[in-house]
Design a protein around this ligand. Structure first.
Ligand code: PFF
Length: 443
């Protein structure tokens, strides 16, 4: 079967960076950073990116490009008859689950983008009530979830080069541009310097075991590693794409966007005297309030700032949902020989069904719980705390210990190969093992 390919190296980097940069950077990172002490958290997070998550990313690239197959097929090519294929199946399952619940939050961002563009958001003052009414409604978030999945579906169905690559090449630069404009707004607000020093001056007295573990979890989620997303993308890389350089590029872009999101949010928060530690509601409840306080007497600026911010969230989420969708689409397309659009249809239908279930857990099915968690929390728990760390551990262990050494070296083609082998074989599996065990115990 003729396989898709990224037409250019830059297209490959931007698609992988598009997968990594998402709600994890702009929504989850500031929340985690705010509740875990700012600069000290950022330093530990960067260490986790370098020592744990980046090795998994490189290992995924190696597996994907060496096999030129989807995440299940890759183990059938590289280790036929061995049980590593389980890691591929866990990846496909993880892709379905992440896409289902992530699209719910992505749908919220779409609603907020529409509301801020139409001016509806600015007409309110009680943002907590607005958010709670919205997420608990049985139909509105479901409609936005459906629209989001439909757009994701159309891009994926259009193919690797015509859909994913073309889209990423336009969206990623646009996203970076919006980020720069927003930072400019934010740091020129009165008193912004308090927020800036929160981000730059580490206070190590705040560092506890929990802070380190949160930083590791964040590194994993934000780089999209552990469930074969990037292995799938790497199967479309051409031979000239340098894997280690690409991984470094993606990690740099991702970390810059996360830190930039901090520079957009914290100076604005401190400027109006809002607590940095306001949890997951930060982006949907606290920020509209901040926009309102900051620009209340300049409605045009308030309008531009909030509209740009939510459009930014939508774009970032979209390039990530596309990559999650591709895991299942590539698997079904190549395994069951369905056409790409049909394979994509199957993924969209399954994720819409589970997405609706996750969405309803904020309203109608709030009381329905499994192991004490709503469906939304359960999906988040199983993927972020179980499937991604376990997958990352298996991926590094496979490349470090079992995959043909010559093939690994020729794929890496880098002077860092000996160092990377130590990271794959020892550092990453042990470090990830700690998160994994802790995640399961602390539930
Ligand atoms: N890295 C994405 C983000 O930071 O929002 C989330 C993500 C994408 C997780 C793709 C998993 C995945 F397979």
């Amino acid at each position: 079967m003729e396989r898709g390919n990224f037409g250019s190296k830059i297209g490959a980097v931007l698609a992988a960076a598009g997968s990594a940069v998402g709600l994890g950077n702009i929504w989850r990172f500031p929340t985690e950073c705010g509740s875990n002490g700012g600069a000290a958290f950022i330093l530990i997070y960067i260490l986790c990116v370098l020592l744990l998550a980046m090795p998994v990313m490189v290992a995924e690239f190696v597996i994907g490009r060496a096999s030129r197959s989807n995440t299940v097929g890759s183990y059938r090519v590289l280790a036929p008859g061995k049980p590593w294929v389980v890691s591929g199946f866990l990846g496909v399952l993880g892709g379905f689950m992440v896409l289902s619940y992530y699209s719910v939050v992505a749908g919220w961002t779409l609603d907020y983008a529409f509301e801020s563009i139409s001016g509806g958001l600015l007409a309110h003052t009680d943002y907590g009530a607005v958010f709670n009414d919205f997420v608990s409604s049985p139909w509105r978030p479901v409609v936005f979830l459906g629209i989001f999945l439909f757009v994701t579906h159309c891009v994926v169905a259009a193919g690797v080069e015509k859909g994913i690559e073309r889209f990423s090449k336009v969206l990623m630069p646009l996203l970076l541009l919006i980020i720069f404009v927003l930072i400019g707004f934010s740091i020129s607000m009165p008193n912004a310097s308090t927020g800036i020093s929160f981000l730059l001056k580490p206070d190590f007295s705040k560092v506890t075991k929990d802070v380190i573990l949160s930083a590791m979890g964040q590194a994993f989620f934000t780089l999209s590693v552990g469930i074969g997303t990037l292995a799938t993308y790497a199967s479309y890389f051409n031979k000239e794409t340098k894997l280690v350089k690409t991984a470094l590029g993606v990690c740099t872009i991702d970390t810059m966007v996360a830190v930039s999101a901090g520079f957009i949010i914290f100076p604005a928060l401190f400027s109006v005297g809002v607590d940095a530690d306001s949890g997951p509601g930060l982006v949907f409840i606290t920020l509209p309030y901040v926009f309102n306080e900051a620009f209340g007497n300049m409605p045009v600026l308030e309008y531009i700032f909030s509209a740009l911010f939510y459009v930014l969230l939508v774009l970032a989420a979209l390039t990530s949902t596309i990559s999650m969708h591709e895991i299942g689409t590539a698997y079904i397309h190549e395994t069951f020989k369905l056409t790409r659009p049909k394979a994509a249809m199957v993924v969209t239908a399954i994720c819409l069904t589970f997405g609706i279930i996750c969405s309803l857990s904020f309203g109608l099915w709030k009381e329905v719980t499994v192991m004490g968690m709503t469906f939304f929390d359960l999906f988040d728990f199983i993927t972020a705390k179980f499937l991604m760390p376990l997958g990352g551990l298996l991926i590094c262990t496979f490349v470090g210990w079992d995959m043909n050494k010559k093939l690994v070296a020729s794929e890496l083609n880098s002077r860092f190969t000996p160092l990377l082998m130590i990271l794959f074989s020892w550092v990453a599996p042990i470090g990830i093992g700690i998160i994994f065990v802790y995640g399961l115990i602390s539930g």
